[in-house]
Design a protein around this ligand. Structure first.
Ligand SMILES: *Cc1c(COP(=O)(O)O)cnc(C)c1O
Length: 413
């Protein structure tokens, strides 16, 4: 196949792409290829105007009356319900609130309150660090009641026993992109009487998720990745309706049954609202809602199909670079096991990711040697996959990564 035929094929893929029209809804500079939407989603063009309206109108004019008048106080529940439509939850099972880390704490302690006789929080050792750190913090605080246990990724099933109160797993692994079988693992955990908290940070808006179809107990995830909610966007927490009696440990007043009664004692709200803690971050929620609304316009099956096709195309074009320059594919090639990213290991991974910025490609690096290419089907084109490999090839051929400034690690990668 000649290069010209190849580029004609790729243009045809873009021309026939039913999601192509979403790209113009995002602010993306011409020439830039953004492959980091799994870490910070791109800016929807509608977000700026919405925030200006909330700031000038709802806050500036409405002042405190906007808590009711502009429905600020119910935003966590309203946006939670919208996120629920993306991930198979019923209305009243999700609140958009706090950070993912804080929600991990809340979900784990809620699960522990439902399994008081069991000591273990189980996870995989290579889980996203904050997930494991939160487990360790709970153990340290518990005065011997709770034990944080991590095992190798493939040892989860055998580590599930009747000491385990709760299993914490990330559905799509942040480095490799490996997808866990949520329904099968949840069933296995329930068989030994354990509960499961699913981290959906790299799932929501990236792959079809069916929480209630999998009989999930709790879930949490980020608002600023595939949901395009903006830097530090509020996260979300799902608790299946059958677990709404779980005791909140972060028993703040916004989770109270009657916050504005200012009662002396804590009495948790009956529903999902008990998983709120303090005053909702209205500006962040407003930006998140724009991202979620935009995602809801797209068909999730179509998104998944395109995400896999983008990945297949990228992997195919990367093959010669693997042979010549030593990239090693880390992501599973099988569709059932692949999330919405493609990862390669390379000893100079950090320098290459830095040097790629000279070529107007933004990807990211995860220690010790992983280059991560996030695939966001709402705003990436097939031609971006081919073009990225072209630019990477030029970079490798000229050894552009081997400059002194790329040898020093920055604080944020
Ligand atoms: C991104 C990510 C987080 C981030 O947590 P924050 O509290 O938002 O910083 C947590 N867990 C996983 C699996 C992630 O991918």
């Amino acid at each position: 196949m000649t290069d010209m035929m190849l580029s004609a094929d790729v243009s045809a893929l873009d021309a026939a792409d039913p999601l192509a029209h979403f790209r113009e809804r995002f602010q993306l500079r011409e020439g830039l290829i953004y492959l980091d939407g799994n870490s910070l989603g791109a800016l929807p063009k509608a977000t700026g105007a919405r925030l200006a309206e909330v700031v000038a109108g709802e806050w500036g004019e409405g002042l405190i009356t906007s808590w009711l008048g502009s429905e600020w106080s119910t935003a966590p529940r309203r946006i939670g319900d919208k996120i629920g439509r993306l991930i198979g939850a019923n209305p009243g099972e999700i609140v958009a609130t706090d950070s993912t880390s804080v929600n991990i704490f809340k979900a784990l302690t809620a699960a522990l309150s439902l399994r008081r006789e069991r000591p273990v929080i189980l996870s995989e050792a290579t889980n996203f660090p904050t997930d494991v750190y939160m487990m360790q913090g709970i153990e340290a605080f518990s005065g011997g009641r709770v034990k944080a246990v991590t095992v190798a990724p493939d040892a989860i099933a055998e580590a599930l026993n009747d000491d385990v109160a709760v299993l914490l797993l990330t559905q799509v692994h942040y480095k490799s992109g490996r997808v866990r079988d949520m329904a099968a693992i949840t069933r296995r955990a329930h068989d030994v009487g354990a509960l499961v908290v699913w981290d959906l940070s790299h799932s929501a808006g990236a792959i079809p998720v069916d929480l209630n179809g999998a009989n999930a107990d709790f879930a949490i995830g980020c608002g600023y990745k595939f949901l395009n909610g903006g830097p530090g966007a509020p996260a979300y927490l799902f608790a299946a309706a059958r677990h709404h009696a779980a005791a909140p440990v972060l028993s703040g007043w916004f989770g109270h049954a009657r916050p504005f009664a200012f009662e002396e004692d804590y009495d948790p709200a009956a529903g999902i609202e008990r998983f709120q803690c303090g005053t909702p971050p209205v500006l962040g929620l407003s930006a998140l809602e724009v991202g979620v609304d935009l995602m809801l316009e797209a068909d999730m099956a179509e998104l998944r199909r395109k995400s896999l096709a983008l990945g297949d195309l990228f992997i195919e074009h990367m093959r010669p670079l693997c042979d010549t320059y030593g990239f090693e594919l880390v992501t599973m090639q099988g569709h059932a096991e692949r999330g919405s990213q493609v990862a390669y290991a390379h000893p100079q991974g950090y320098q290459i990711v830095q040097a790629l910025k000279e070529y107007d490609v933004i990807a990211d690096f995860r220690a010790p040697d992983i280059l991560r290419f996030g695939l966001t089907p709402l705003y990436l084109r097939y031609q971006d996959m081919v073009e990225t490999v072209d630019r990477l090839e030029k970079l490798c051929a000229s050894r552009a990564w081997d400059k002194p400034q790329y040898h020093e690690r920055a604080a944020v990668t």
